[in-house]
Design a protein around this ligand. Structure first.
Ligand code: ADP
Ligand code: MG
Length: 756
């Protein structure tokens, strides 16, 4: 079906205008919307001031050219042509006015049936639609033989081509009319034989779905609302199934590799670590730990995503996995998105491991391993010795940044890859590290993220990973209260915010002030996530874009804000600046002094966004908060309230009340649960931004399926894809399923999934 080309003149137009080349393409070019006969057309019922959509027939068209320089034309600037189109429903008439639309008279010829949509106005006592949107239903050519007196009857007949009176309206581009598409579709549907359904019958029966043939017929020519609904449900399911099949196959493929099993042992590092653990694992940490331990002990590589709210204690879970692998004589590597975070991880791993992490040092425990740090900014000597540790296998745990991915890094025997804050990385980085495992035996992979992802998106974007979730926070963690500070409307609140910082500091605590940009010399950036740290990965695709891009003052910078605070509201406190442009050694020093309590207030960019763990910090003020994405703000506030004292986060903004920006910030203030916030975020944004690019003019590969509202469909499809692939990995029983996957999600969508 998909191979048959469309020929002839309409075929050429379709190919050129909308990229529809085959019969299959055309059938998948679904109507954008539908108009129902019953709700159209009664011109006598129109009310001035209301929006109306009318289906009617063009009675008369009149072009009036205006002389350049004439009084009217001069006053109206470039107005050269007014076209008046009179339309009628057989009883009553109405005029539509178009300005400078030179093609109108050619297209809307008398006899043409069309849909007009616009606001009804009173023009010199007559009803008029001014510059309405319009779509041609049929042209007079198709009605050639019908005589004039039968006009009203004809009109009805045209609509009755669409049996249920539900008329499909297709998305149009310049040079393509509704009738070209409608007629092409009609021809194709009339000639089309029975369509072989790629989806197995039993599955359709289980899910209560109609066959593909019926679905395609009815999406284009529904006989009733019910038919249309069934058609949509089926085709939606196809989209979800296509994506999930691709992902299920990828999971299956990854699982088919052999891996070195790393079972738990009784007297190894892990056991020693567990017995010295200063706190009790949360139930979640325990359960996920068991899952991972089982995965690691199997003969196929683990590919697991560990999602956990900020502060839920993912690091310990990862560390325990690393120790289990080391107990089998293998190495583990942990990739972090920033130098600050990599250094912090190395430091904290050393400190929690104590003597067990002091391998190679004099008098250390015989089971002890060594923790090696590798970042891009290391001096040559240090780098060389780190590389040697890694290549010789001395480094049980290597922590590092993107520098780990470079060609010169060789592991003696890599058994486990841990990726922290996955939202900063892509699949490429995951694969680059994976490829550093022994030939033919890829390492186990554990991916961690605190960016709460709505379930449907997780199932789609991270669909090739098994998922575990840590939802509970360790005991003794205090709640964070978040408040929006409207600086423009209530300047006093901002004053109060600075006073509050002084109070926190007086009580022995510390604070962050976060700004969207580093200094004044930076070129303006539209996103808060500046290229702040040279090691940042791609911004997470689904993070919100700030919407309002109209001229505003430039974003506040670290330099500007720090200078202001030092000499003003926070005079006398110990302030420091932190951002990605500081030399790495200095960055590390600032972080360490802050962690040691030698700095009261850290004025910083989003370098602190991920992972930074200073439990004594209890307050955060985010300047120009509307410039950050929702998930980013959630990450940021996760930096406070990590100790036993309650955390406070203030979101300072000049965005006016009820603006989209303020609505987003209010959501952050009201919703403390990251997953609920992610779902809300999804509701607040445009569908197109969820999967693939959000650039104007490029469509998401999903035509009917909504990741926002079709959660059940995605879940069903995921289960079904899993079962289909498990039972028949080569698709020998249902060979057309894969072809369908390609039909349904276009190349762009597939490429996106490949990279996700
Ligand atoms: P995240 O999941 O955000 O990466 P971390 O792993 O950084 O969280 O853990 C946050 C803090 O909680 C760390 O200081 C860690 O030592 C501590 N922590 C982790 N697990 C527990 C636990 N079960 N009980 C008490 N504290 C814990
Ligand atoms: Mg972390």
């Amino acid at each position: 079906m998909r191979d048959a080309g469309i020929t002839g003149k309409p075929g050429k137009v379709l190919v050129e205008k909308i990229g529809v080349e085959t019969v299959g393409d055309l059938l998948r070019y679904y109507p954008r919307k539908y108009s129902e006969r019953g709700q159209l057309t009664d011109l006598s019922a129109l009310v001035v001031g209301e929006k109306a959509t009318v289906w009617a027939k063009v009675v008369k068209v009149h072009d009036r050219s205006l002389q350049p320089g004439s009084g009217r034309g001069g006053r109206r600037g470039g107005l050269k042509l007014v076209t008046t189109v009179t339309i009628g429903d057989g009883r009553k008439q109405l005029t539509c006015a178009f300005f400078n639309q030179f093609h109108i008279a050619k297209v809307l010829r008398p006899g043409t049936e069309a849909m007009f949509s616009g606001t009804v106005k009173d023009f010199r006592g007559e009803l008029q639609l001014s510059s309405p949107q319009w779509a041609v239903v049929s042209t007079p050519d198709t009605l050639d033989s019908i005589a004039d007196p039968a006009e009203a009857k004809t009109a009805i007949e045209v609509v009755e081509q669409f049996a249920g009176g539900i008329i499909p309206i297709y998305a149009l581009v310049e040079g393509l009319t509704q009738s070209v598409i409608q007629n092409s579709v009609r021809v194709v549907l009339d000639l089309l034989g029975p369509i072989q359904d790629p989806v197995p019958d039993e599955l359709l029966a289980t899910r209560g779905l109609v066959g593909l043939g019926a679905a395609l017929r009815h999406i284009h020519r529904p006989g009733s609302r019910a038919e249309l609904d069934h058609a949509r449900a089926r085709l939606k399911y196809d989209e979800a199934l296509a994506i999930q099949l691709v992902l299920a196959r990828r999971r299956e493929e990854a699982r088919s590799f052999p891996a070195e099993p790393c079972p738990r042992i009784d007297d190894g590092l892990l056991a020693a670590f567990d017995s010295a653990l200063p706190f009790e694992l949360t139930q979640g940490q325990h359960e996920v730990g068991e899952q991972i331990a089982t995965d690691l002990a199997t003969i196929h590589p683990m590919n697991r995503l560990l999602q956990g709210e900020v502060g839920s204690g993912k690091t310990v879970v990862a560390l325990r996995a690393m120790l289990q692998v080391i107990d089998s004589g293998r190495q583990a590597v942990m990739l972090a998105p920033t130098e600050v975070l990599a250094a912090q991880h190395a430091r904290s791993l050393r400190s929690v491991l104590g003597p067990l992490g002091a391998g190679g040092e004099l008098g250390s425990d015989s089971r002890a391993t060594r923790i090696t740090l590798l970042t891009g900014s290391m001096a040559t000597g240090a780098r060389r010795s780190a590389l040697l540790d890694i290549a010789s296998g001395q480094a049980g745990i290597t922590v590092g940044t993107h520098a780990l991915l470079s060609d010169g890094v060789f592991f003696a025997e890599l058994g486990l890859v841990v990726i922290d804050e996955q939202h900063r990385f892509g699949v490429e980085q995951r694969d680059a590290l994976r490829s550093k495992g022994p030939e033919g035996s890829p390492p186990h992979v554990l991916v961690m993220t605190a960016t709460p992802i709505p379930r449907t998106v997780a199932m789609t974007v991270y669909g090739d990973l098994e998922t575990s979730t840590l939802s509970e926070l360790p005991r003794g963690r205090s709640p964070i209260s978040t408040t929006v500070v409207p600086a423009a409307e209530r300047p006093a609140w901002l004053e109060r915010a600075w006073l509050r910082i002084r109070e926190e500091v007086a009580a022995g605590h510390q604070a962050y002030v976060v700004c969207p940009k580093i200094g004044d010399d930076e070129p303006g950036r539209s996103r808060a996530r500046s290229a702040d740290d040279e090691e940042l990965g791609e911004p997470d695709d689904w993070d919100s874009e700030p919407e309002e891009t109209t001229a505003r003052r430039p974003p506040l910078s670290v330099d500007q804000v720090a200078t202001l605070l030092e000499s003003g509201p926070l005079q006398g406190l110990r302030l420091a600046r932190l951002h990605g442009r500081l030399p790495p050694a200095e960055k590390d020093e600032v972080m360490q002094s802050f962690a040691a309590g030698d700095i009261d207030v850290l004025v910083s960019t989003t370098v602190i966004e991920v992972g930074v763990d200073v439990p004594n910090a209890t307050m955060m003020v985010v300047m120009d908060a509307e410039r950050f994405g929702l998930s980013q703000l959630h990450q940021l506030r996760g930096r406070v309230g990590r100790g036993s004292a309650p955390g406070v986060c203030l979101l300072v903004t000049e965005a006016p009340e009820a603006s989209p920006s303020r609505v987003r910030l209010d959501a952050v203030a009201q919703i403390s649960d990251g997953f609920a916030l992610a779902d809300r975020d999804l509701e607040l944004r445009q569908e197109g931004n969820v999967l693939g690019t959000s650039q104007a003019g490029r469509t998401s590969s999903l035509k009917l399926l909504s990741l926002r509202t079709d959660r059940e469909v995605v879940e069903d499809a995921r289960d079904d894809a899993q079962a289909l692939v498990a039972g028949d990995p080569g698709f020998s029983k249902f060979p057309r399923l894969l072809a369908m996957a390609q039909d349904v999600i276009d190349e762009q969508g597939q490429a996106y999934l490949d990279k996700a």
